[in-house]
Design a protein around this ligand. Structure first.
Ligand SMILES: Nc1ncnc2c1ncn2[C@@H]1O[C@H](COP(=O)(O)OP(=O)(O)OP(=O)(O)O)[C@@H](O)[C@H]1O
Length: 468
């Protein structure tokens, strides 16, 4: 356990850290974050005993660090500082071996089998085995960073302190290093205290975060509590958006470039962008639209510019008809698959209906295409800015509208003779320009929901009447 208790201090005339208190448990991965100059490195130097504490105390396993001898502290705690351009003309192996000095007694203790086996294990783990005999000077910044990590790890410390360990590392080596640290916290119960500039990495790997602002604790909590838009915007003085990681239950932050924030509200998706042909129905947007959709490609949440419904009649004689035909169709017509939401249905004359509606704070362009067995493809384009909940509400109201329309028209499924409802072959797209102000209050969202329900209801009745 490491305890930082009401600690203040810094450099001679600069009291940087002000009354900081926290403790880190055995095996915890603890992150220190904060803007440039907030005191992260100063705090780390105080914890490692490099800078004296002016007020308060730092306890390592209940013992004040001022009472540790240098060697005793080195057996307990290893430090990986920020990489500097100063390196010594040692080989990689010799540099790493220096990390074992804390475990040696006397000046001339010989290198033991235990030392060698620990060294070999760490060489492998940190992936530096390949250049073990090279001189440090011959290595890139990222390679040197891994060597110094190896030097810290051969110390077999209970506590490892790191100052921006992923600086200089490429994507794969960032992941490798952090995975290794995480594994060491889980398996060897090593405690990691690390400074991060990359808040997304800090979120992914740290159990808790200390957010510093001007030398003081702004927040001390789990990443999900600390990395919120208002807190980060206040401390870093910049606009961010948070989003859940697609596979891990951790928040991720996205920067908001100024150029994107200044976009004018001048794009209006309407029928002038729609092309209905025999082989496909296409809407090509002049800007990427935020989308929530089902379909053969581009499904889920994303940003897309092309919206295509291919004619299913072309899907014969193919092993994976929908996907293969769709991909070929998109490539032939220069619709980039990654920029496209693609669906498929039997396109006939008269089974397409569309209409434009204007409301106070937004406008709507809806396209409905009927397929076999009452399968309905619905495209809803909103010229406005929607929050995520509004996308979901839009889907729900479109589904309700379909059920209502089929019921009112007494349409039954051929198999069960019951009133038809939403079919597994139904597809839906909600696409919004995301320009202007958010439709965030309850009344504007309810106008949107009502407009979508009414619009989809009207168009479904129209296409079904046309195809009957
Ligand atoms: N040796 C020093 N003597 C005097 N002041 C210093 C010294 N080192 C750093 N400072 C000052 O202490 C403050 C905190 O610096 P520190 O390096 O701890 O911040 P940081 O949060 O790690 O910043 P960064 O994110 O830029 O690395 C800064 O204002 C800095 O100018």
């Amino acid at each position: 356990m490491l305890t930082v208790d009401h600690v203040s201090g810094g450099y001679a005339d600069h009291p940087i850290i002000k009354d900081v208190t926290f403790s880190v448990k055995k095996g915890e991965f603890f992150g220190i974050v904060g803007p440039n100059g907030s005191g992260k490195t100063t705090l780390l130097k105080m914890i490692s005993g490099l800078i004296p504490v002016a007020q308060g105390s730092i306890l390592v396993n209940d013992k004040n660090i001022t009472r540790f001898s240098k060697k005793e502290l080195a057996r307990t705690m290893a430090v990986l500082p920020q990489l500097t351009s100063q390196t010594f003309p040692y080989t990689v192996k010799d540099t790493i071996a220096l990390g074992r000095y804390a475990h040696h007694n006397g000046l001339f203790q010989t290198w033991t089998e235990t030392d060698e086996s620990i060294l070999q294990k760490i060489l492998k783990q940190t992936n530096v085995e390949r250049f073990a005999e090279a001189s440090l000077h011959e290595l890139s910044g990222g390679e040197q960073q891994r060597v110094f990590l190896a030097q810290a790890l051969v110390q077999q410390p209970q506590f490892l302190l790191l100052d921006e360990p992923t600086n200089h590392l490429d994507l794969a080596h960032q992941k490798e290093l952090l995975d290794l640290l995480k594994k060491s916290t889980a398996e060897q119960k090593m405690t990691v205290i690390s400074i991060f500039h990359d808040l997304n990495l800090a979120s992914l790997y740290c159990d808790r975060l200390l957010l510093l602002r001007r030398g003081q604790t702004k927040m001390l909590d789990t990443p999900i509590q600390v990395l919120t838009e208002p807190i980060i915007e206040e401390v870093y003085q910049t606009t961010v958006k948070t989003h859940p990681h697609p596979e891990v239950a951790k928040p991720q932050l996205h920067m908001m470039p100024r150029s994107e924030l200044k976009l004018e509200n001048n794009i209006k998706i309407d029928e002038s962008y729609l092309v209905v042909k025999k082989e496909h129905i296409l809407l090509k947007s002049p800007i990427p639209l935020r989308t929530l959709s089902t379909g053969i490609c581009g499904s889920g949440v994303g940003w897309h510019s092309y919206f295509v419904i291919c004619d299913i009649n072309k899907a014969e004689n193919c092993n994976d008809p929908a996907h293969d035909i769709m991909q070929r169709h998109l490539i032939t017509h220069n619709f980039h698959p990654k920029a496209t939401v693609g669906m498929m249905t039997a396109i006939k004359r008269d089974n397409v209906a569309f209409q434009f509606w204007r409301e106070n704070q937004f406008s709507l362009f809806i396209v409905v295409i009927a397929g076999a067995e009452n399968a309905i493809n619905t495209w809803i384009f909103v010229n406005g800015k929607l929050k995520e909940t509004a996308f979901i509400q839009a889907v729900m109201s479109a589904m309700e509208a379909k059920v209502e329309a089929l019921k009112d028209m007494n349409i039954a499924t051929s198999k069960t003779n019951k009133t038809a409802d939403t079919a597994s072959t139904d597809n839906i797209l909600i696409a919004a320009t995301q320009q202007g102000k958010f439709l965030s209050n309850a009344s504007s969202t309810s106008v949107l929901v009502t407009a979508i329900r009414g619009g989809v209801y009207t168009l479904i009745k129209k296409v079904i009447r046309n195809t009957q």
